[in-house]
Design a binder for this molecule. Structure first.
Ligand code: HXC
Length: 510
């Protein structure tokens, strides 16, 4: 028996070595951890249970039957993050460059299906060269099997992708269908076709980094929801993110003990808004002051920075914060901000996470770039997302809420449950200057008259009382009591039960 046990241990040891010492050393030289080292950092110590350690590919073309490595380039299984079950797969670049064979794909599908059956998230770690060229069409079939599971699990269990090396060709589309993509600066890149193909087809010369590096996707394309300095930071942050999320759409968001008083008064908020309505202030200050213990996990901080999205907790329970950021483009809604926030709102709604919205929005971004880019459809995404969301929705207008953007930002009219405004709020069809120029066009040459008209408009309409008189805001609250009032509002909404009309699915303007 001892021999048998030793033989098993030897086989396991061989599988754990993946592509061997030289390739592991090469991985480390590039500043990357191995697939197994990543798993260890992501999961609670000793919690990892591996599946399919001995799986090998079945390909015999190109002499592949002579090159078999147990595990076949992906480490799969489950473990826990702070005691909560998650399923994981981690591509092993040391084995055929982490490329995807049919056997490799089946291992991933097994994990995806187990996660769906047991209502637990899937976290995928990517570091791979795309389709296993030697397997040809079997590799394409394997990718499609994974995509299918991604789609079936969308909105059922959270799916998170972490890109920690190359992620090219077929590898990009599975992450693209997951809820969040995070990348590592300098060592990861994502693209459909690499620099060589780009050169051949378009004659453009670009590096891997310029084409699909972490900075490109986290700030320009919006494909990635964040970029971290190295593998370790990325995995620590993913653990933090998982703590905010329910394990599936059957659960309510997690609650953990909070030592932050729900009725904490925040006096400094009374002076957050500058006297000049055109002077910016940092909306993140409001979020971190309101959230329990100032803990805020921001999604896509570098992309569409004119809107802030992220997770925090109130009375220990996760909430999604959405807030216009006056520090960037005066908090205007443009294509990027609308797309980013729409997706975030929909994530929260899928997973029963209440949404707290802070509004300071001067309107939609004007200009040909925006109109040609489809601002109408993209802006409609955010409108649609807020409107269809049935989770508790609490809104606080801190300053401007102008025009269509007022409607969009979780207004009463889109089934906002509790809508508050600060006393300095300006809820109006547009800013005073624009309104006067339209209503009093005939007086436009007379500066004195126009100035008087503008002051008159500001006094009569640039305030929260017009909306409050009509019940469009439920109350005008003191800035210092914002945390207390939002928490009280959310308490009353714990039993909220609203369903949209029965349908196959909606047709959000994609
Ligand atoms: C088989 C692969 C491979 C692949 C890499 N390897 N990619 N083996 N299929 N797709 C192997 C290499 O042969 C090498 O083996 C080892 O992995 C490490 O690769 P290197 O090239 O030495 O590493 P590096 O210099 O870091 O370059 C990484 C890379 C490059 C940029 C990812 O390997 C590369 O360009 N690979 C091919 C990418 C590609 O064209 N993929 C197919 C996309 S088409 P040894 O034995 O030397 O260690 C696709 C379509 C699917 O994915 C569509 C489905 C929807």
């Amino acid at each position: 028996m001892q021999d048998v046990i030793e033989a098993l241990e030897a086989r396991r040891q061989q599988a754990r070595m993946g592509g061997g010492e030289t390739r592991i050393a090469r991985q480390h030289e590039k500043g990357k951890l191995t697939a197994r080292e990543r798993m260890e950092l992501l999961l609670d110590e000793g919690s990892f249970e591996e599946f399919d350690m001995f799986v090998e590919h079945q390909c015999s073309d190109f002499d592949m039957d002579e090159q078999k490595i147990p595990g076949d380039g992906v480490v799969t299984g489950h473990g826990t993050v702070n005691g909560r079950l998650v399923y994981v797969f981690s591509k092993d670049f040391t084995v055929f460059g982490g490329s995807l064979s049919m056997a490799h794909a089946q291992k991933i599908v097994k994990v995806q299906q187990a996660a769906a059956r047991t209502s637990a998230p899937v976290i995928g770690i990517f570091d791979a060269g795309g389709a296993r060229i030697q397997e040809g069409v079997d590799s394409l079939a394997g990718y499609a099997d994974i995509f299918m599971e991604n789609v079936l699990s969308s909105g059922v269990i959270p799916q998170i992708s972490v890109i920690m090396g190359p992620c090219a060709g077929g590898d990009v589309y599975s992450p693209a269908m997951t809820d969040f993509i995070f990348m590592v600066k300098d060592t990861s890149y994502m693209y459909v076709t690499g620099p060589d193909v780009v050169k051949t087809v378009t004659n453009e010369e670009v590096t891997h980094e310029e084409l699909g590096g972490a900075r490109v996707h986290a700030a320009k394309s919006g494909v990635a929801d964040g970029a971290f300095e190295n593998d370790i930071e990325a995995l620590v942050q993913i653990r933090r993110l998982v703590d905010f999320l329910p394990l599936s759409n059957k659960e309510t968001p997690p609650t953990r003990p909070s030592f932050d008083a729900p009725d904490r008064v925040i006096s400094s908020l009374d002076t957050l808004i500058p006297d000049n309505p055109n002077t910016p202030y940092d909306m993140k200050e409001l979020i971190t002051k309101v959230a329990d213990e100032g803990d805020f996990f921001e999604i896509s901080p570098a992309f569409g920075a004119n809107i802030i999205c992220g997770f925090g907790r109130l009375e220990g329970t996760s909430v999604g914060f959405v807030a216009n950021q006056p520090m960037t483009l005066a908090g205007v809604l443009d294509i990027d901000a609308s797309r980013k926030a729409a997706r975030f709102v929909r994530f929260c709604d899928c997973f029963n996470i209440p949404i707290v919205t802070f509004v300071d929005v001067p309107g939609f971004m004007p200009g040909t770039k925006q109109e040609y880019g489809g601002l109408i459809k993209h802006g409609a995404k955010l409108l649609f997302a807020f409107a269809e969301a049935t989770v508790p929705k609490v809104t606080v207008i801190t300053r401007k809420a102008y025009g269509g953007a007022y409607d969009v930002m979780s207004s009463k009219h889109l089934r906002g449950d509790i809508n508050y405004a600060w006393p300095n709020a300006e809820i109006a069809v547009m800013g005073a200057k624009g309104a006067v120029e339209i209503i009093f066009r005939s007086e436009l040459g007379d500066e004195e008259k126009i100035a008087a008209r503008t002051r008159e408009y500001e006094d009569n309409f640039a305030n929260p009382y017009v909306a409050a008189r009509k019940g469009y805001v439920d109350d005008i609250i003191m800035p210092h009591s914002t945390r207390k009032r939002v928490i009280r509002a959310l308490r009353t909404l714990r039993s909220k039960d609203v369903k949209n009309p029965a349908k196959k699915h909606d047709n959000i303007p994609l």
